[in-house]
Each structure stands twice: as structure tokens, then as C-alpha cells.
Write a protein that binds this ligand. Sequence first.
Ligand SMILES: NC(=O)c1ccc[n+]([C@@H]2O[C@H](COP(=O)([O-])OP(=O)(O)OC[C@H]3O[C@@H](n4cnc5c(N)ncnc54)[C@H](O)[C@@H]3O)[C@@H](O)[C@H]2O)c1
Ligand SMILES: O=P(O)(O)OC[C@H](O)CO
Length: 332
Amino acid sequence: AVLADNDHQVKLWTRNSEQAQEINGARKNMRFLGEAALPEGIEATTDLAEALKGAEAVVFVAPSAAMREIAKLAAPYISEHTCCIHATKGFETDSLKRMTTVLAEELHRKEEELVVLSGPSHAEEVVRKQPTTVVVASSNQEAAEYAQDLFINSYFRVYTNPDVIGVEVAGAIKNIIALGAGLSDGLGFGDNAKAALITRGLAEIGRLGSAMGANMLTFAGLAGIGDLIVTCTSQHSRNWRAGSMLAKGLAVEEVLKQMGMVVEGIRTTRAAHVLAEQYDVPMPITEQLYQVLFASKPPKQAVEDLMGRGRTHEIEEVAKSWGLHQSEPPVI
Ligand SMILES: NC(=O)c1ccc[n+]([C@@H]2O[C@H](COP(=O)([O-])OP(=O)(O)OC[C@H]3O[C@@H](n4cnc5c(N)ncnc54)[C@H](O)[C@@H]3O)[C@@H](O)[C@H]2O)c1
Ligand SMILES: O=P(O)(O)OC[C@H](O)CO
């Protein structure tokens, strides 16, 4: 919708012919976006070759679990000059790869040429043209600026950022913390608990990001704290909603069935549990979520275990695990 509002000719690929007809006819996508009106410039199709023919830019927005399969299908129709952008938040579950790595492998492109778009951006608000800010990250500044030009407008402000790793790690891990925030709200805990989850969640994102090679300043930005705040506090968030349902005692499978939409945080918890081990970084919130989701741990017990952890010193702990020296400002 943002691209069509910017007068680009947009082809939207879907597997579902009824959805394509609804978008082209009624200019709506009722199941996912309710009554929101979609711009005229969008043409939905179930024919992937037709969708990609002559495209100057391609935006991949499939759930992380489907990214490799879709990139493989799309690869034959994408030229080496096409700008490839993705807005998916998660890791590949088995390989633990970031989405730009998966895309680069399947599209036979250099990871440095690809762009990731991320930040606090619930689709329900964007489609209603409510003020939204995001980042487009690429190691290639030209590619990032090209993506910035495509998307930026009066209600959708786009910043560039060279730190692809930081933006992708933040976008994936914030969904785990949002599951925790939903769980906390569902258990009847208050704003103190949620603020604690957001803050200590950011520490956790920073630890993994630092170990994986991110620029720590990314986590102070839109893809970091910005997206963490919106996903932990917005009722649009599927991850928050899934967490609140888990608190009511629903099993993971039942939560997914009732949601009928992707809840990235669930798969990402599994991936981050392994990444934390691999990189040897403590991720206590992720670990407790893992126990609740995959080892039947009662959510209240998880809260008790988090609160009962050994005493620690805030600044020393953050400085050490984020790889910062307390006396020196971080290097940009
Ligand atoms: N919804 C948002 O506000 C929002 C904002 C920013 C980023 N994201 C990210 O975008 C990604 C997609 O989320 P979403 O909100 O669109 O999810 P969704 O569940 O609303 O929609 C996912 C769509 O992908 C389709 N799909 C699933 N597997 C597929 C496959 N193998 N081949 C083709 N199509 C397939 C589904 O049929 C569905 O239409 C996620 O990584 C999410 O974190 C979502
Ligand atoms: O609905 P969620 O929880 O998948 O979050 C959607 C976006 O990532 C918010 O920026």
C-alpha cells in the first residue's frame, strides 16, 4: 500500500485466488486488514512469474519459515540488477541463518547487495496511513537509499542503517520478548513487569547481537528499542496476543490454530535457544519462554525462576555482555 501510494506499479503475489480477487475487486484484504481500503495501484496475482516480470524491486514479506522456499521459486524471474528487499522477522529454524543469508543463497546474490526493512510497523496502522518510522539496512548505502526512496512519504518515514546483522537480530528477538509481555499481561501482572521485560529484553537482544557482530547503536534505534516497545505493548501484535493466550493455559498448537496468522516468536524462541548456546550468551527470558513453550513449564514458575536469579550489577553486567568499556563511549 505504501509503494502504491508512492505511485509505483505494485504486483502482489499470493497463493490464494479468492484473496487476489478480493484485493483487485473490493480493494480490501478482509482477513488480514479488515475494512482498510487498499490503493488502486496494487494488482494481486497468483502467477509468480507474472508478478515478477520486469520488476525493478522485489519485496519479500513471507514468514521466515517460507522464505527459502519462496526465494527458490522466485529466483529464475529476478534479474541481477533487481533491488531485493525483505521485511521478515525471524531466523531459519534449522540452519539458524538470518533472512538476508537465506535470500542471498537462493537468489545467488551477494548478501551485501540485499536490503532489510524493519522497525515498529504494524500493518494495521500503516495501511491506515498512520505515522510510522522504519529503517532500511544494507551494507550497500546505494541499495539502502534506493529502498528509502521507494518507500518514504509523508506518513512513512524511512531511515537508512548499514547494520544488517543488528537490524535482523533485533527484529527477530523482539518477538520472543513480546510473547513474554503477553504472557505477563495474561497472568495479570502490571506495567512494572512489562517495563522490566522490555528493558531486560533489550539487554538480551544486545548480548546476542554483540556476539553475532551487530553495531550496538542499532539497538537504541527503530529496529531495536522502537520495535521492541510496539510489539510488547500493541494489541495488534500477534506475538503479544499469543503470549496472553498461553497465560490462560492454551497449548502452543491451540494458540497457533486460533491465531490463524504467523507468530514468529515461537519458532524464533527455538532458534534463539540454540544461538544462545552457540554464542555462549545468557538469554534468561528466552530460556524461560523456551521452557514454557517446549517443555511444559508452568508460566508462573518461569516468572519465579526469572525473579529468583542470582543478584547482579546492572551497568557492569550490561557493559560486559554488550562488549562495552564503562569508561569509554561506544564507537560508531
Ligand atoms: N504484520 C505486520 O504488521 C508485520 C510488520 C512487519 C514485519 N512483519 C513480518 O512479516 C512476515 C510475514 O508476516 P505477516 O504479518 O504478513 O504474516 P501473516 O500470517 O499475516 O501472513 C502470512 C502470509 O504468508 C502466506 N504464506 C505462508 N507460507 C507461505 C508459503 N510457503 N508460500 C507462500 N505464501 C505463504 C500466508 O498464506 C499468509 O498469506 C513475518 O516475518 C512478520 O514478522 C509483519
Ligand atoms: O504482530 P507481530 O507481533 O508479528 O509484530 C508485527 C511487527 O513486527 C511490528 O513491528
